[in-house]
Design a protein around this ligand. Sequence first.
Ligand code: ADP
Ligand code: MG
Length: 546
Amino acid sequence: MRLDATDLRYVTADEFRVLTAVEIGSKNHEVVPSPLIAELSGIRGGNVRKALGDLSKRDLVARVQNVHYDGYRLTYGGLDYLSLRTFSRRKPASVHSVGNKIGVGKESDIYIVADETGEKRCLKLHRLGRISFRAIKSKRDYLGKRRSASWMYMSRLSAQKEFAFMKALYQHGFPVPVPIDQARHCVVMSLIDGYPLRSVDVVDDPADLYSKLMELIVRLAHSGLIHGDFNEFNIMLLRKTGEPIVIDFPQMVSTRHENAEYFFNRDVNCIRRFFKRRFRYEGATWPTWKDVLEGEDEVEQNGSADAAETEEGEEGQADTTEEQAESSKTAEKRVRIDLEVEASGFGRIMQRELEDYMIEVQDMPASDGEEEEQESDEDEDDDEEEEEEKAEAESSKTSAPEEPFSEEAFQKQMAARMEALRLSRALGNDDPEDLDPELQAQLSDHSLTDPSSDSDSDADSDDSVGPAPTDFTSYMPSQRNTRRFHPRLTVKKLGEKDGVKDTVAKEREVMERRAKPRDVGAKLGKAKGHKWKSSEKFMVGKDSGW
Ligand code: ADP
Ligand code: MG
């Protein structure tokens, strides 16, 4: 996946509006119908088609046109662009320029980036869609409609989790990169000046490093955490001091996890095996799960807040000896980072969702060639249409002078418009004659989003309107059902229908009058604040969910 920073400068205001509309439309649509893009962006038809054409030439959106759909979907390129734009507009910008790619994992791309002062940083783009979602379809019946996997949603979840854990670990003094920012599927962190352990052939004192790493595993566990992928790929050694730094956190689990012991032992054994193989060093001792449980008991005996969460041991009643008092002191100091992260917004359900996905894909081959799934029957070049677009774009050029553009206001307005449209239909208490039935149906019948998921929304954020969990693969049957009950409901038909522009214009007018977008946006923004948003300590990402 190419990340072309030079491209960023050449996205016009119209193109950006349209791209944002595609992203917001993705909240409820796997493939966003063109009329909806026009409606959300508030740009006239010809210009929308031109912008969509230009965006798709640069792979920021992809046209999907077949018997079931006609519309556009966001690509990883488009999502990268939106995220970089968000980073570059923070004050101060968390990413100002993009440099070389320094790593590519199974499910991530790593770039060197820099801030305005030229200080280098590390940008990690989570790319969970590399593993074909189609391949896992048959296996994931347990995922309900709402909790299903889409590449955008899962990648975002993964980035959110990584940032949440990195931040908590950093705050508690663990040797991890400095968390700087997070938006959508991206995390910005400090660049570690060092080497992955994997590429280190000789260390001065293998025994010392071995014990440091084992201590780290135990310290993590005593804070309620197991890294889950603690190996030579995810440990870096600082160039200057040789001190280890741990990276890569999307698979972290709590010590309360049902398979905690297994994950813990796996981490320990990874290190033992690697040291034996690479440095011919075999540690005489290594930490066991029992060591961790002893720590847990201490916490329980202390009657700390966390103890209520775990099973109470009988020995809790035992007489307090001096030794116990001493260990109690240590335990009192212990933090439970797993609980902290849960409380900070990355809750158990989100963790479970991501974990389910990871379990499903761990043995799957990455889809080859293009990382994203392409519809086989995409129709890229429609010359006739292009001509028409050009003509229309030309004709509207004179009549539409460019206004100064505010990204935040626009996102809010669009999200509010989308929300108003959805609500008006969900509530069913609006004057039905105000809404064109076909447009109404189109706006919501494709929806796969459970309205209850809206509690996660944070419209205050400048990029909080990313796609919700939609299900690419199970979309087809639902689409067929839709067609059965609304036989005329295809984008093409709607587009061809006379007077559709009037309908859309009328629809917009009604919605704008009714929804008072600014109020709606503000309310949504306040509905769920984010703990990190107000943190002075970090330049923290503003977005925290849909
Ligand atoms: P993945 O989840 O794909 O394994 P990682 O977070 O492990 O991604 O990063 C992949 C590689 O990128 C690492 O092995 C390391 O070489 C490099 N890398 C990741 N984060 C940093 C960082 N903060 N500084 C320097 N290099 C990094
Ligand atoms: Mg890794």
